[in-house]
Design a protein around this ligand. Sequence first.
Ligand code: PHE
Ligand code: ZN
Ligand code: ZN
Ligand code: ZN
Length: 283
Amino acid sequence: ANNAEGSLSGTLGDPSLATIPTGGVTRAEGDALFSQAGDEVDFELIAGFETRTSRNVIAQTRTGRTDNVVLAGAHLDSVYAGINDNGTGSAGLLETAIQLGGAPDVDNAVRFAWWGAEELGLHGSTEYVRSLDFEQQLDIALYLNFDMIGSPNAGYFVLDGDGSEGLSAPGPYGSAQIEQAFVDYFSDGGVETEGSDFSGRSDYAEFIAVGIPSGGLFTGAEGLKTEEQAEKWGGVAGEAYDPNYHFPEDDLGNVDRVALERNAKAVAYVTAAYGESTETVNG
Ligand code: PHE
Ligand code: ZN
Ligand code: ZN
Ligand code: ZN
């Protein structure tokens, strides 16, 4: 978890065990897949499950208040290659960490987290939050989530900190303020965003569950772009924001580089601004 200069302090998260599907296919004893190595038949594999160890990778600046931490995360695991989901969020976060450096002049410590096993049920982030005691949870000022930020038919969505649908996010001086910081950043750059509900489908879920204000960016998955959205954002109406979502075709070609650049800059700007102050963030 160290950067090239080795100046970020890094830790490997505690390994968390999760029982995960290995393909969802029930395989019978005598199946060719079992006989190839001449191994004993594993009971858990027969049921289509095995137990694997997954890790989070966490790095934190050496400067800044550690009782008012700005935590930014992206899941590192994927289905197939997972370039948009979630190489984009992981890379945007990594570039932010590298550019910020390990010992930047920040007032609040910035902690970067690359989560494991999100696709299998938000395991890495959930285990992480649960591993913290109440005081350690209180030391986290806010959580920023980046899951899919370069969808090929991109929407510009900001997690809706004051919405009424989905999980209710902590507010009023929490999630709604974070949403506003992203909205202002994009609007200064001439991009009109829309809110995206905290559906519970990404790594913010456990942070919200324990009352930590959260926000983040998302360029869309299997949802269909509307005519109105195509007019303001470009792209193709009636098609999915990411037609290759969770398919093998989510490869290096599956990224809108303009959307990725805009979003990655928003990741960097808002993360670094909260590193300076969590009182207000404005352009
Ligand atoms: N968390 C989803 C995934 O990694 C992506 C997603 C986020 C889809 C939010 C819908 C809404 O597959
Ligand atoms: Zn996914
Ligand atoms: Zn994802
Ligand atoms: Zn809102």
